[in-house]
Design a protein around this ligand. Structure first.
Ligand code: PXP
Length: 249
């Protein structure tokens, strides 16, 4: 059964719209955990457009589940992670102009510098996950880097037209199978919502889904702990949709 990591970046997005002190993402963690969040995820971007350094510092002291820090593979961010010691670091690509993380990390194109960073973080007891597109070459390179986890980018599946979704889901299933065959542990995320999460939650060996935007959006209507509770129920008890059930390898 997959667990649920709740990404709270967009609570900070609302605060930063006014560069004020509210809403404070740190104080909403309690509600997310009350709703059943198994972990809290934040992305400290280089341009600090939502989450700020102070948020990560306070979250390190207050999160009672697990803290997953998404970050670019840079020296600046490595120093933050080594100082604050989140439970997990997820390395993601970052471009200043993008609205959100657009593609997976090109692990295959990065080589030794990335492996060195993965090794340094893991040596300090910080779990490392690499956010990659669901393709064999990136998974093989992830294994070669020494990372123990991958997070499959579910954006292509989430963005696909209804008629294309089964094909994108099949790609995720195949990539999950390859990842596990390589001995990698399996997370997934990006663009998952209350309509499309269940087939991904049902993939064999899926350990954690990281979900942010759709939960924060729903929280405007029902409140954060209820929004998390509803997502958790879907993640932990996904429907066996006949269209998707046959695609499992
Ligand atoms: N996983 C990673 C690596 C991400 O970069 C993001 C977006 O910050 C998410 C999961 C969550 O995506 P969403 O906000 O679309 O649920």
């Amino acid at each position: 059964m997959a667990s649920l990591g709740v990404n709270i970046d967009h609570i900070a997005t609302v605060r930063q719209a006014r560069r004020t002190v509210e809403p404070d993402p740190v104080s909403y963690v309690l509600l997310a955990e009350l709703g059943g969040a198994d972990g809290i995820t934040v992305h400290l971007r280089e341009d600090r457009r939502h989450i700020q350094d102070r948020d990560v510092e306070l979250l390190r002291q207050t999160v009672r589940s697990r803290l997953n820090l998404e970050m670019a593979a840079t020296a600046e961010m490595a120093a933050v992670a080594l100082r604050l010691r989140p439970d997990m670091v997820t390395l993601v690509p970052e471009k200043r102009e993008e609205v959100t993380t657009e593609g997976g990390l090109d692990v295959a194109g990065q080589g030794a510098a990335l492996a060195d960073l993965v090794g340094r973080l893991q040596q300090e007891g910080i779990g490392v996950s690499l956010f990659v597109d669901p393709v064999a070459q990136q998974l093989e390179a992830s294994q070669a880097s020494g990372a123990r986890w991958v997070e499959l980018h579910t954006g292509a599946y989430a963005d696909a037209a209804w008629s294309e979704q089964p094909r994108e889901l099949a790609r995720l299933c195949e990539a999950s199978f390859i990842a596990r065959s390589l001995g990698l542990r399996l997370n997934a995320g990006h663009g998952l919502n209350y309509q499309n999460v269940e087939p991904v939650a049902g993939i064999e060996g899926m350990e954690e889904l990281n979900i942010g935007h759709s939960i924060v959006a729903r929280a405007l209507a029902v409140g954060l702990s209820q929004a998390v509770r509803e997502m958790k129920a879907l993640v932990q008890n996904p429907r066996r949709d006949p269209l998707f059930g046959s695609l499992q390898p």
